[in-house]
Design a protein around this ligand. Structure first.
Ligand code: ARG
Length: 467
């Protein structure tokens, strides 16, 4: 009898015992995940070392055997980190590859490591450990971007520019206020990641294939050994659950959407038509045909790559949607989107941080863009403060805007006599109220555009970063 052997070296596949023939070659390649899950090597080995210790604590193996396994696993980990681990064609996935190599290093005792464990609780553990590490790294990258935003906002606190709704000039705002709006989006992204961490922080090991562990291992001690906050409560849920991956992909897609909107603003503001900012040379590229070009490719790629972040979430949601309970091989499809979202964000975040930190602001262009009609709301506010219901004030200001348009002048260029002809409530102090500075300063509420309000916002932002 031939046990799952073939020319590709599948001899002794972990599950080969009940097999009499070889797996189809294409099926083998189709089934294997080693091509992408080798990235789990370090977390997989961490999990195995802890499991070996748990087996010893439960007296399933001796402490000496556990030491042999742990030392062998350390050796395998070192091979992965220094790039000397040699894959064999029979290595189906990271779990079997590590176990195969462990056997070569320590002999038959390696065969005791998998006692009571399944690749189902093993991979669920690996993925959670990987997600926890990724969340910590992403949070650090997000904090760097937030710090760059704070520094840049603080440096340009006095620059005013048009704020837009519908991409139509709406009301004057501070440049710092616009930029800080992204700080808060990123803050919520960090909170979402913290939520992912909280829910991923339970150890599935001990769930077995789906029904639990028959060897009485101490799951709480095992979880603590791995640094988990606790254990999963239901073995079937533990091997089914990929929520933590979906949540990370969801948080990543939302974060990408925020970065993409920042990128879009910067692309617009760096255009010749706006000219509010210039992207540093090192974050732009030239054109092969048009010598004058300075293209914001960095920001275009941020916007573009957000598509794959959204796609990664969608693709795994669709994969998981119709699965019957507990483990199904479909779940192996969780890894590529997970890795891709992490990699993509780890590429995007430092670039966006660099772009923000080196952004040149052009105050002469932002102030040139401050058109008088941005003050129409302030004109209405002026009348409202003099007792007119806002709706009527809105109507009267509409007539002022019309008059200015007919004359081909701005609102600040109409005379007091012009205003007086429209409403007797307009008085000499009107010219004071009708300035961009007065407009932003009038909005002194928390979260508003006045200098003091933005400074207070900066303080709150700094406090959240702990500086
Ligand atoms: N490579 C598999 C995965 O990523 C590991 C678990 C395999 N489990 C199994 N019962 N075949 O999901």
């Amino acid at each position: 009898m031939v046990a799952a052997t073939d020319s590709g070296g599948r001899a002794g596949a972990l599950w080969g015992g009940r097999y009499s023939g070889a797996t189809d070659e294409q099926m083998w390649a189709f089934n294997a995940s080693i091509g992408f899950d080798a990235r789990l090597a370090q977390v997989d080995i961490r999990g195995s070392m802890a499991y070996a210790r748990a087996l010893a604590r439960a007296s399933i193996i001796s402490h000496d055997e556990a030491s042999i396994l742990v030392e062998g696993l350390q050796h395998v980990a070192a091979e992965f980190s220094d790039g000397t681990f040699a894959l064999r064609s029979g290595d189906e996935d990271i779990h079997t590859a590590v176990e195969r190599r462990l056997g070569e290093l320590v002999g038959p005792v390696a065969g005791k490591l998998h006692t009571g464990r399944s690749r189902n609780d093993q991979v669920a553990t690996d993925v959670r450990l990987y997600v926890l590490d990724a969340v910590a790294a992403l949070d650090a990258a997000l904090q760097s971007l937030q710090a760059a935003i704070i520094d840049h906002a603080a440096a340009h606190i006095d620059v005013l520019m048009p704020g837009y709704t519908h991409l139509q000039p709406a009301q004057p705002v501070r440049f710092a206020h616009w930029l800080l709006s992204f700080f808060w989006m990123l803050q919520r992204d960090r909170e979402r990641l913290a939520g992912v961490r909280q829910r991923a922080n339970a150890c599935p090991l001990g769930a077995g294939a789906l029904a639990g562990n028959a060897y009485g291992i101490d799951r709480a001690a095992l979880a603590a050994d791995l640094g988990f906050a606790g254990v999963t409560e239901n073995s079937m849920d533990a091997v089914s659950d990929r929520d933590m991956v979906l949540e990370l992909l969801g948080a990543g897609a939302i974060l990408g959407t925020h970065l993409s909107r920042l990128a879009e603003d910067l692309i617009l503001y760096a255009s010749a038509e706006f000219g509010f900012v210039r992207l540093a040379e090192q974050y732009t590229t030239g054109s092969s045909i048009m010598p004058q070009k300075r293209n914001p490719d960095s920001m275009e790629l941020v916007r573009g790559k957000t598509g794959r972040l959204v796609g990664n979430l969608t693709r795994l949601l669709v994969t998981v949607k119709g699965l019957p309970s507990s483990y199904d091989k479909d779940l192996q499809e969780d890894k590529e989107p997970l890795f891709d979202t992490i990699d993509t964000l780890q590429l995007l975040l430092p670039v966006v941080t660099g772009v923000v930190a080196t952004l040149e602001v052009c105050p002469e262009r932002t102030s040139a863009a401050l058109r008088d009609d941005l003050l129409a709301t302030d004109l209405a506010d002026y009348l409202t403060r003099r007792g007119l219901p806002f709706r009527e004030a809105h109507h009267i200001v509409g007539r002022c805007v019309l008059l200015a348009e007919e004359r081909g002048v701005g609102l600040t260029e109409l005379t007091l006599a012009d205003y007086g002809g429209i409403s007797s409530l307009f008085e000499a102090d009107l010219s004071e109220a009708l300035s961009f500075e007065s407009s932003v300063e009038a909005r002194a509420v928390r979260g508003g555009t006045s200098r003091a309000a933005v400074l207070e916002q900066l303080e709150r932002a700094r406090a959240l970063l702990g500086n």
